[in-house]
Design a protein around this ligand. Structure first.
Ligand SMILES: [Mg+2]
Length: 179
């Protein structure tokens, strides 16, 4: 590398002009304009969730004087818009719905260890059924002969009490075995 005083304008001080550095060449498939637009929408909506979560934390649940609707409604709308962007990403094949469910379920498990507060609502029968699914099914190896019938049974109980078993427990046993 030449001393600074011998550089031409923008020459050696600019790392992109250094001939002795091998530049990394990305080898991933570039996004189509449609895929890129979906990710822009997703980023924008996630940022709006951050903004409305901040307003709720700072000012509480009630009406926001500038809009006349509550901070909880604002957050609900923006989270719905994130779900819409997620569905667009699923429809475009950018993300996998099965992996999405796995991520949701794994996060719920990790939070059991890390969260410092508990829900103050009274546990329901459905909460109990989900707890039993977690205890009897979640950690059981996929090869275990009892996993499928137990998974099926607890999901029936959850659905009987009005729960969405996929939202609460993630993909079914069969979906995990044959993704
Ligand atoms: Mg929005």
């Amino acid at each position: 590398m030449k001393p600074d005083d011998q550089n031409g304008p923008g020459e050696v001080d600019d790392p992109l002009n250094d001939p002795f550095v091998e530049r990394y060449v990305p080898n991933g498939t570039p996004l189509t304009p449609h895929e890129a637009e979906i990710l822009h929408i997703l980023q924008e909506e996630c940022a709006e969730v951050i903004q409305d979560a901040s307003k709720l934390l700072r000012f509480g649940k009630e009406n926001r004087p500038d809009t006349g609707i509550t901070n909880t409604q604002h957050l609900s709308i923006e989270m719905g818009e994130v779900l819409c962007a997620m569905q667009l990403a699923i429809d475009a094949g950018l993300i996998s719905p099965v992996t999405l469910d796995q991520g949701k379920w794994q996060k719920r498990e990790r939070l059991k260890h890390y969260m410092q507060t508990n829900s103050e609502k009274t546990p329901t029968v459905m909460d109990w059924a989900v707890e039993r699914w977690n205890a009897e099914v979640a950690a059981r190896p996929l090869q275990n002969v009892n996993r499928r019938p137990l998974d099926d049974t607890w999901r029936q109980v959850i659905r009987h009490f009005g729960g969405d078993d996929r939202a609460l427990c993630g993909p079914t046993h069969d979906e995990l075995v044959n993704p």
